[in-house]
Each structure stands twice: as structure tokens, then as C-alpha cells.
Design a protein around this ligand. Structure first.
Ligand SMILES: Nc1nc2c(ncn2[C@@H]2O[C@H](COP(=O)(O)OP(=O)(O)OP(=O)(O)O)[C@@H](O)[C@H]2O)c(=O)[nH]1
Ligand SMILES: [Mg+2]
Length: 487
């Protein structure tokens, strides 16, 4: 009933006036056509303005790729430190627990190596094998003169194992390294199946990642405190953990500085100071109730990325000031790579990291695979991706500081990379050699010619990295504006 009367009313309003002459009718129809044209023009203008606004507002999208421990998260931290200082300051206090865990891990790593040697020495002694009648050592390697001091240190540092477990529970799966994988391929994201993107939310909101771990911790520290002030109020659990660490401070330093312990580490070729998250030389500072992580500590802290973590910030420095950047930090272990391709679409730039110091190392998750070989495979696959054929790719040949120190210690590249041949074994030659290899792979495998952007980096050096990132930011911003037709 109601419907009929509405229709009647519309028909009445739209009906031509009664007694309309043919001239009036023509005039009326012209006016109506003009009104329609104006209305459509306005609609089109609004649509175009909306599109332009959307383009302008579209965040700059960057994807960080590379194997595990290549320095993706450390690069992201540098980016935050330089361009998004507010977020950086807000997260500072939360890194304290991560750094405490890193330190404890270092201690336990040393303790385990020393404990193995101690039991070997004890076993030899029990079997009467430690020396022959002339007092000559029979066991392979030096016979370490362990004393009661070492046994006592082992005992007194024991409680740190419980603290380690507590911190790992608190920080989630990212606090543990992956030690095996069922993923045989270096590039599981290659298959057509993986290119189909399911709901991204699942991964971005994963409760396992770095950001989530920090958020969980952050909720435990007071929100009322100024971000840069010392942390005064903490949760009871955090206090207990800190108490134990502070109580162990002198023993930690004593263990690390002990000449026999150092002798064991040298003999076992355990270069703990080169491992991710090394903080033993900072124990005095960290094992304190007032400890607040410095910028350098945070960049060096190790917390594995699980899944894909989205970091969204409006830059408050640099050319992009006021513009939103969206950075995706992915987990780099082989089992985490299957989902990478879901993020390839619509990305302005990829920063690909390869740690070039790793020519003699193997993947933690698969000890058969040389790290450099794995990086080459990854790089080839990323360069050859059709979806990324127009995407800007920037290569960071990272961990140059560790490469220098390995070469200074006398390591020879050709012992690990036979194709290096008789080239000069110095840092510059080695860096150029690796660079040319990556460049050649890019040239051979890219579906269409693309420029080769490369930077030699040590991203724990925040000052040098700031200079690199300025160049990178400008270049990515230009690409973004060009992609959005704003240049
Ligand atoms: N010495 C040195 N250490 C570095 C460098 N870059 C990164 N690191 C350290 O190496 C460790 C691993 O770096 P991350 O940034 O966590 O590595 P990632 O690529 O994010 O690793 P996943 O999250 O497992 O994929 C951290 O402790 C970093 O501080 C570097 O250039 N030199
Ligand atoms: Mg990471």
C-alpha cells in the first residue's frame, strides 16, 4: 500500500506539467539534460579527488627479506631510531628483558662448553689417562687446570638456567632459535600455491612475534612514566629475575675473564663474541637494578622474528616527514619463508639482506647448508619473481664488521669458497667479489633489466647506518611517488 502511494507521488512529481507546449517540452528536456551533465561532472570530480587522496595517503610499503640472523630486524630498528623516535622511545624499556635473556644465554653457552671440558678432564683423571709416567698429557688437546673456583662458578651460576626458562616463557617463541626444519627448499615461497594469499590478518596479528613480545612486556611497565626516564616500577616477576641476575653479576664477569675459560673457548673455536646478542662484556652495566638499554644495546639485541610483523609509523624526520611507512619484517628461517610471497603484491621496495661474514657458517635450522649458498638461492629467487619484476630491490651486504674481523684473524675465503681462487684475501677484494656475484645473479635472473642497488653495511653501527638509510629513504620515496603517479 505504502509502496504504491510512494510511486504515485514520484510519478506525480516527475510528470510533465499539464498543458505543456512542444516548445516548453523541448526547453524542459534541455534543462534536464544540462542538470544531468553538471551532476555527472560533479560526481566525476569527487571520484577523481577521492582517488588522488587515496594515492596521496597510500603508505610507502617496504618488505625486509633475507635469511634468519641476516639483520632484518636490526635494520628496522635503525629505521625506527632515525625516523620514528617516539615509537623507539616507547619500546626502550621493553628491550631490557630481551637483553637480560641474551646475556644469560651467553653465560649458559660458556658454562656448557666449560662443563663438557671439565667432565672430560674428570673422566680422564678417573681412568688415569691424564698423564703418563713422565707427566706428559695423553688426552688430545690441552689438559686444563680447572680448580674449585670453576666448579663453584658452575654451581653458583646454575640458577640462571631457571631464569632463562622464565624469560623465554615471557617473551614467547621468538626467544628461542629454530634448530631444525622440515622445509627442504630455500625458497618455499616460489610455488604457485604460495602465491595465493589467504587472510593476512592471521600472520600480522600473530601473537608470536617481536612486536607482540614487546607489547606483552610493555603492558607490564608503567605507561605513566616518561619514555626516556629510568624504569622504576616493574612487575614482581621482572624484579625477581633482575634480582637473580644482579646477584650473579660478579660470577658472570669472573667466568668470562677467567684465563682458563678463555683458553677453553679459543681451543674449542667458540667465538662467542661474534654470535648474535653478545653482551658478556657489558655484564657490569646490564646486571643492575637501574639498567636501561641504550640505543646500541637495542640494535644488538637478538629476538627472532616469528611470522610476519607489520610496523606502521608516520615518519617525523627526513624527506618523508608526515608520510606513513609500512614495513614488513619477516621471519627468515626456512620454515618461515613460505608466506613471504603474500606480501610481494603492491610493495614499493624490498631491502634484501645477506650477511657476508657468514661464508664459513651453516644455517642453524639445517647444519648441512652453507649460509652464503642459502643467501644466493634466496636472492636468485627474489630477483626472478615475475610479481617483483618492477619492484625496486636494494641489497644490503651486511655484517661487514664481522667479515673484517674474520679476515684479520687470518681466515681464508678460498678454504670455504673454492671459486674465490687466488684472489687477494683482504676485505675490499672479498667484498667486491661477493658484490659481483650478487650483481651477476640479478642480471641473469631478473625477468626484465633492473638497476642494481647495493650497500655495504654493519647495521649495528647506527651512525653509519643512518647515512645509508637517508639514501635508501630518498630512493624508496621516489619510487613510491612514481608508482602513485605523483611525480
Ligand atoms: N656484528 C654485527 N651484528 C649484526 C649485524 N646486523 C645484525 N647483527 C646482529 O645479528 C643478530 C641477528 O639480527 P636480526 O636483525 O635479529 O636478524 P633477522 O634477519 O631479523 O633474523 P630473523 O628474525 O630470525 O629472520 C642480532 O643480534 C643483531 O644485532 C651487523 O652488521 N654486525
Ligand atoms: Mg628478525
Amino acid at each position: 500500500m505504502v509502496r504504491a502511494s510512494e510511486d504515485d507521488f514520484l510519478a506525480y512529481v516527475l510528470a510533465p506539467p499539464t498543458g505543456e507546449t512542444p516548445e516548453d517540452k523541448e526547453k524542459r528536456e534541455q534543462q534536464e539534460a544540462e542538470a544531468r551533465r553538471v551532476s555527472e561532472a560533479i560526481d566525476e570530480q569527487i571520484r577523481q579527488e577521492k582517488v588522488a587522496l587515496k594515492k596521496k595517503k597510500k603508505p610507502v610499503k617496504v618488505l625486509l627479506l633475507g635469511q634468519s640472523e641476516s639483520g632484518k630486524s636490526a635494520t628496522l630498528k635503525n629505521f625506527q631510531l632515525q625516523y620514528a623516535r617516539r615509537e623507539w622511545a616507547e619500546e626502550r624499556a621493553s628491550w631490557r628483558a630481551v637483553i637480560q635473556l641474551n646475556l644469560i644465554r651467553n653465560v649458559i653457552q660458556v658454562l656448557d662448553i666449560v662443563a663438557r671440558e671439565m667432565s672430560a678432564v674428570d673422566a680422564d683423571r678417573r681412568a688415569g689417562l691424564s698423564s703418563d709416567s713422565d707427566g706428559e698429557a695423553l688426552r688430545e688437546g690441552p689438559a686444563y687446570a680447572f680448580t674449585d673456583k670453576h666448579r663453584l662458578l658452575k654451581l653458583r651460576l646454575g640458577p640462571l638456567r631457571t631464569v632463562k626458562a622464565d624469560l623465554e616463557t615471557k617473551l614467547g617463541p621468538g626467544s628461542r632459535e629454530v634448530l631444525s626444519t622440515t622445509t627442504e627448499s630455500a625458497t618455499p615461497f616460489d610455488s604457485a600455491e604460495q602465491l595465493r594469499r589467504p587472510s593476512r590478518e592471521f600472520f600480522i596479528n600473530s601473537s608470536n612475534g617481536w612486536k607482540s613480545a614487546l607489547n606483552r612486556l610493555r603492558s607490564n611497565t608503567s605507561r605513566l612514566e616518561a619514555p626516556t626516564s629510568p624504569i622504576r616500577r616493574r612487575d614482581a616477576e621482572g624484579d625477581e629475575i633482575t634480582d637473580v641476575i644482579v646477584g650473579c653479576k660478579n660470577d658472570i664477569t669472573s667466568l668470562w675473564e677467567d684465563p682458563i675459560v678463555q683458553q677453553v673457548l679459543i681451543h674449542r673455536k667458540a667465538k662467542i663474541e661474534d654470535s648474535p646478542g653478545f653482551f658478556l662484556t657489558d655484564a657490569d652495566r646490564i646486571a643492575s637494578h637501574d639498567y636501561e638499554p641504550t640505543d646500541h644495546d637495542i640494535v644488538r639485541a637478538r629476538l627472532r622474528t616469528v611470522g610476519v610483523q607489520e610496523h606502521r609509523f608516520v615518519l617525523n624526520e627526513g624527506l618523508s616527514a608526515g608520510r606513513e611507512w609500512l614495513m614488513f619484517d619477516v621471519g627468515g628461517t626456512r620454515s618461515s619463508r613460505a608466506t613471504w610471497s603474500w606480501y610481494f603484491d603492491d610493495v614499493d621496495a624490498i631491502i634484501f639482506l645477506c650477511p657476508i661474514s657468514c661464508f664459513d657458517e651453516h644455517l642453524r635450522e639445517d647444519r648441512r647448508i652453507n649460509r652464503l649458498e642459502d643467501s644466493y638461492l634466496l636472492w636468485r629467487s627474489v630477483c626472478s619473481s615475475r610479481i617483483l619484476s618492477k619492484t625496486q630491490i636494494i641489497l644490503f651486504l651486511n655484517k661487514c664488521d664481522l667479515l673484517h674481523s674474520k679476515i684479520k684473524r687470518g681466515m681464508r675465503i678460498r678454504d670455504h669458497i673454492p671459486s674465490f681462487g687466488d684472489r687477494k684475501n683482504d676485505s675490499i677484494t672479498v667484498m667486491k667479489y661477493f658484490q659481483s656475484h650478487f650483481k651477476e645473479i640479478s642480471r641473469q635472473s631478473s625477468p626484465e633489466p633492473r638497476p642494481f642497488f647495493v650497500h655495504f653495511t654493519s647495521v649495528i653501527d647506527t651512525k653509519a647506518t643512518a647515512a645509508t638509510l637517508s639514501v635508501v629513504e630518498e630512493s624508496i620515496l621516489r619510487t613510491h611517488l612514481r608508482n602513485a603517479d605523483l611525480l
